[in-house]
Design a protein around this ligand. Structure first.
Ligand SMILES: *[C@@H]1O[C@H](CO)[C@@H](O)[C@H](O)[C@H]1NC(C)=O
Ligand SMILES: *[C@@H]1O[C@H](CO)[C@@H](O)[C@H](O)[C@H]1NC(C)=O
Length: 445
């Protein structure tokens, strides 16, 4: 079955493949019965960093999301004074495009006394045409905040809610006002999802992608939002947040898990969290203010590091998920590559040391091959000899050892080159910043 999509180049890929070929446990039956219901894909959008946005900026982002098959943005809000301005733009832009939005209250900022304030937001925005409604109710979500507010009380003060907060599985017992759970955590297997589904019972499930928690966890993992590609590098003079989560093989395998579990909702984390390097939205070279943290912040590891190519991988998976298909359909062949800018052993002239956990990364260059029939991926990294890897029809992630210099990728079939291209960034061991973000790009025919 779909495990054939995985090339067992490394043990991790083998683990992922063997787990995914396991038979579906009985605990999932209730969830699988929901396959016939409409499916929705959202992307987590941090409103707290877009104070400078115009409505046109919102429109541009939403158009890119729509082109990927994303139905709406989960609008992550704290208590910023510019919330009304930006939410006004967001709801207006979405309405004009037929896109959907909902509020995702960030409980790093909201608290047990916030019930009336949250209800006020829901009353104001829940009534607007772009609000995502589910079963006739206002859809609302959160980041953190297990049990901090009672969602039945929020609904009593606002509107009927389809509340899908980000809660830990252990918190569901006795909770009131919940229709759904949003699982922020997970790991390389579907074990975390399976456990969460069990605890949810008959409630709907919102699954997060891109990123399950990494297998090789760092000690601070338990207290941190878990992410797809995750690297952040704020020094002690800034947010003092300097670690990675191992993400080498996360992106495409997690989409396979989405197809396998077929939850009611999927939330891509994130559209624009530049600080933690898990954005799939566009860069903002003309407005680097949106990269949080000023001159010593994310601008250092985000500038010139596009992630747009990952949307090309998401699109066929989103289409398959919505169709209830077991596998994505590739109609246009493409190679999506990703790699770090620097070997992990390089010494940079950086006052902030390497992020915690950096040793976990492997010095590899990755290609997600999207092919319509059997083919061969060729990766030439720096002065290394070309590495050739056979891939079946479908979507397959492969890798080759990284070397400094230019990175060249080709797809061949029967000895003929179908497409070839060179990565937009050279790998270098001379560096001013310990940048463990990924550079992505595409090769097309
Ligand atoms: C709790 O949240 C409210 C907004 O609902 C905010 O005004 C208040 O400052 C917060 N209190 C604390 C102690 O953070
Ligand atoms: C994945 O999550 C499940 C459920 O929480 C847990 O039992 C399992 O140990 C986790 N696996 C890893 C490798 O962290």
């Amino acid at each position: 079955m779909r495990c054939s999509l995985f090339t067992s180049l490394v043990s991790l890929a083998t683990i992922a493949a063997s787990v995914m070929s396991a038979s579906v446990p009985a605990a999932w039956e209730a969830a699988l019965n929901k396959r016939d219901e409409p499916k929705y894909v959202f992307a987590h959008f941090i409103v707290g960093i877009v104070a400078s946005y115009t409505q046109a900026d919102w429109t541009a982002d939403m158009q890119l999301a729509q082109a990927t098959g994303i139905d709406g943005f989960a609008l992550n809000i704290g208590t910023d004074s510019y919330n009304p301005t930006q939410l006004g733009y967001a709801y207006a832009a979405a309405e004009a495009l037929g896109f959907k939005v909902f509020l995702s209250f960030d409980f790093s900022y909201w608290n047990a006394s916030s019930t009336a304030d949250i209800a006020g937001y829901i009353s104001t925005y829940g009534a607007l045409p772009a609000q995502f409604m589910y079963n006739g109710d206002v859809f609302v979500s959160t980041f953190n905040g297990d049990g901090v507010v009672d969602w039945a009380a929020v609904a009593a003060q606002s509107q009927a809610l389809f509340a899908c907060p980000n809660w830990q599985a252990a918190s569901f017992a006795g909770a009131s006002g919940l229709s759904c759970g949003f699982n922020w955590n997970g790991n390389m297997t579907t074990a975390g999802d399976e456990y969460y589904l069990q605890e949810l019972g008959s409630l709907a499930y919102m699954m997060r992608t891109l990123s399950p928690k990494a297998l090789r966890l760092t000690s601070n993992a338990a207290h941190t939002a878990v992410s797809p590609w995750f690297s952040t590098h704020y020094g002690p003079a800034s947010y003092n947040k300097n670690w990675i989560f191992y993400s080498d093989w996360l992106f495409q395998p997690r989409w396979e898990q989405v197809l396998q579990l077929a939850p009611a909702f999927v939330e891509i984390v994130t559209w624009n969290d530049f600080g933690e390097s898990h954005y799939i939205g566009p860069l903002h070279p003309d407005d680097p203010e949106v990269y949080a943290g000023g001159a010593t912040g994310a601008v250092q590891w985000v500038t010139g590091m596009p992630h747009d190519a990952w949307r090309d991988v998401a699109a066929p998976y989103i289409a398959a998920y919505k169709a209830g298909a077991a596998a994505p359909t590739v109609t246009t062949e493409e190679l999506v590559y990703y790699y770090r800018p620097t070997p992990k052993g390089a010494t940079c002239t950086d006052a902030v040391p390497q992020p915690t956990g950096y040793e976990d990364d492997d010095d590899l260059v990755f290609v997600i091959a999207m092919t319509t029939s059997d083919a061969t991926v060729e990766i030439t990294s720096g002065s290394n000899a070309v590495v050739s890897i056979d891939v079946p029809a479908g979507i397959t992630t492969v890798s080759a050892p990284m070397a400094v210099g230019s990175q060249t990728f080709a797809l061949t079939r029967g000895g003929a080159t179908v497409m070839t291209g060179t990565g937009g960034l050279q790998v270098s061991d001379s560096c001013t910043v310990y940048n463990f973000n990924a550079y992505t790009g595409t090769v097309t025919a």
